[in-house]
Design a protein around this ligand. Structure first.
Ligand SMILES: C[S@@+](CC[C@H](N)C(=O)[O-])C[C@H]1O[C@@H](n2cnc3c(N)ncnc32)[C@H](O)[C@@H]1O
Length: 264
């Protein structure tokens, strides 16, 4: 890769990959240098190098980029096979078991970061109307094929929530680990929920003192205490919370939390 970059030094994706290779080898100084080169060449933030600098504590913020959208556009066709067959992903099914215990009431459900529609399949028969939103057009195309949503929208979930009709249930499975701090999401969801409405979501958990931190995987992990406090502060009561394994990552279980929060 170093030789290739000697020939094409303006190759943003190449620098991002070189950073990852050096990271794997334990050469963090070299990795940071490569990610800086990549970030400088990648105005749209496609390759995630600016996020890598944040994850390694070199920068405190990264410009908003399209890394997540591009990641899932690339991943969409093999998403379900990879996640369910190989990585043991069962969050939508497990969250649905919890949600059923609180009565879904047959109203409208909004599925944030709906992806290929795995949560939608769970919700379909329990609600009257089902809407999904996602950043990735390729993920939405897979969801469309399932024909379980009444409406699918390509948008950032924050923009979607700002204009959404009132809903009885909102879900976000394996999504809030891409959006970061919880309070803005909780406030936006609280605004659209009907009184006593439910917000079911999953989080990746970490054990440290931080409310949220960006991991080298470029997914955010949350602290349990801070997450529950954020729910209360946003006007929710925490009806249920369960420790779980979100998925395997390189053979290691990723610890997580399922939460059912009810608008107080
Ligand atoms: C790991 S997938 C999970 C999909 C689905 N919820 C499930 O459980 O199978 C994460 C999805 O969240 C979407 N996503 C991430 N950040 C988002 C945002 N800010 N607004 C809308 N969708 C987002 C991604 O495009 C991706 O499809």
């Amino acid at each position: 890769m170093e030789q290739a970059l000697g020939l094409v030094p303006e190759w943003a994706a190449g620098w991002a990959n070189l950073g990852r290779y050096r990271e794997e080898l334990g050469d963090l100084v070299g990795a940071v240098e490569a990610w800086r080169r990549s970030a400088g060449l990648d105005a749209e933030g496609v390759y995630g190098a600016a996020l890598k600098l944040v994850a390694h504590g070199v920068e405190t913020t990264a410009p908003a980029g399209i890394y997540v959208e591009v990641l899932f556009d690339d991943y969409a066709a093999r998403f379900e096979k990879s996640l369910i067959d190989r990585l043991g992903y069962a969050v939508p099914r497990d969250l649905m078991v919890l949600l059923r215990g609180y009565g879904l009431g047959g109203g409208t459900a909004l599925d944030l970061g709906c992806g290929t529609g795995l949560m939608g399949q769970q919700l379909r028969n329990a609600v009257r109307r089902l809407e999904g939103v996602d950043l990735s057009e390729a993920m939405l195309a897979e969801a469309r094929r399932k024909a379980v949503y009444d409406r699918l929208v390509k948008a950032n979930l924050f923009d979607f929530l700002a204009v959404a009709e009132p809903a009885a249930v909102v879900t976000a499975t394996d999504v809030l680990n891409y959006t970061g701090p919880l309070p803005p999401v909780l406030q936006a969801v609280h605004r659209v929920l009907e009184p006593r409405g439910l917000f079911g979501f999953s989080l990746e958990l970490h054990d440290g003192p931080e409310a949220v931190k960006l991991r080298s995987s470029l997914r955010y992990a949350h602290g349990r205490e801070a997450a529950l406090s954020a729910c209360w502060a946003a006007g929710f009561e925490v009806a249920d919370e369960r420790h779980t394994v979100i998925r395997q990552d390189r053979g290691v279980p990723v610890a997580g939390l399922l939460v059912v929060a009810r608008k107080a």
